[in-house]
Design a protein around this ligand. Structure first.
Ligand SMILES: [Zn+2]
Length: 236
């Protein structure tokens, strides 16, 4: 794993330097010489795609079981624990379940010092609210993932992580340790900054990241997912 900082010099200052006929004050030159630091990370997978825990066929992964369900999961990356978001419910054979009796709550914790997810699914209505507790320890650890995930998944997660770091709000880096996964396509989707929502297929995803009060070090991600397939006229 290699980390590097890339210095980006924006152009304008080069143009004015050394041009004797242009009357430019030192102050003006300095204000144009903008520098930006951009964080980049390169992560190298040590396994073949077929052995990938999330998009491949790893022996200890439940993704084969989940892939029968046309729904969305939430992943805690440092434990590779996948939870169903219960935006829609399916039986073990992949048949969708209807009218199961309203909402329910399921909580999964990921070990001492790590966060947890509380999933308040309402599959009868096609939406779910997920309350994610996030600690600093949840920040994605690529050294743990290099021999569990393939290059495609690692590159996607590295993009999410770079965007989180470059958002400049380093208080919330723990959010990089969570993502959503489409059980059908195996695509990963972020739950980190600087974004706060998107659509994935027929699903609408919105999330807010905030810090707990009272001097706590813990953060929260409040996630809302709704199943919103395209509407068609009935009775034709
Ligand atoms: Zn993968």
């Amino acid at each position: 794993m290699k980390k590097k900082l890339v210095m980006m010099l924006l152009a304008a200052c080069v143009m004015v330097a050394g041009c004797g006929k242009t009357a430019v004050s030192d102050n003006f030159q300095n204000s144009d010489a903008k520098e930006q630091e951009e964080f980049q990370i390169e992560v190298e997978s040590k396994i073949e795609q077929e052995k990938c825990f999330l998009c491949g066929d790893a022996e200890d992964s439940l993704m084969g079981y989940y892939s029968k369900k046309e729904s969305i999961g939430i992943v805690h990356l440092n434990s590779l624990y996948v939870s169903e978001t219960r935006v829609r419910d399916f039986d073990d054979d992949g048949n969708e379940l209807f009218q199961q009796g309203g909402s329910s709550t399921m909580v999964n914790s990921f070990g001492e010092g790590y966060g947890s997810v509380a999933i308040h699914g309402n599959p009868d209505r096609g939406y779910t609210n997920i309350d994610v507790s996030v600690s600093d320890k949840d920040e994605v650890d690529f050294e743990l993932l290099e021999d569990r995930l393939c290059q495609i998944c690692l590159d996607t997660l590295a993009d999410f992580y770079e965007d989180q770091i470059n958002s400049g709000d380093n208080e919330n880096n723990g959010c990089s340790g969570y993502c959503l996964i489409d059980f059908q396509t195996k695509e990963l989707h972020r739950l980190s900054e600087p974004y706060s929502g998107y659509t994935m297929g027929d699903y609408y995803v919105k999330y807010d990241i905030w810090k707990e009060g009272g001097g706590s070090d813990w953060h929260r991600i409040s996630v809302f997912i709704a199943y919103l397939p395209e509407r068609v006229a009935s009775g034709n």
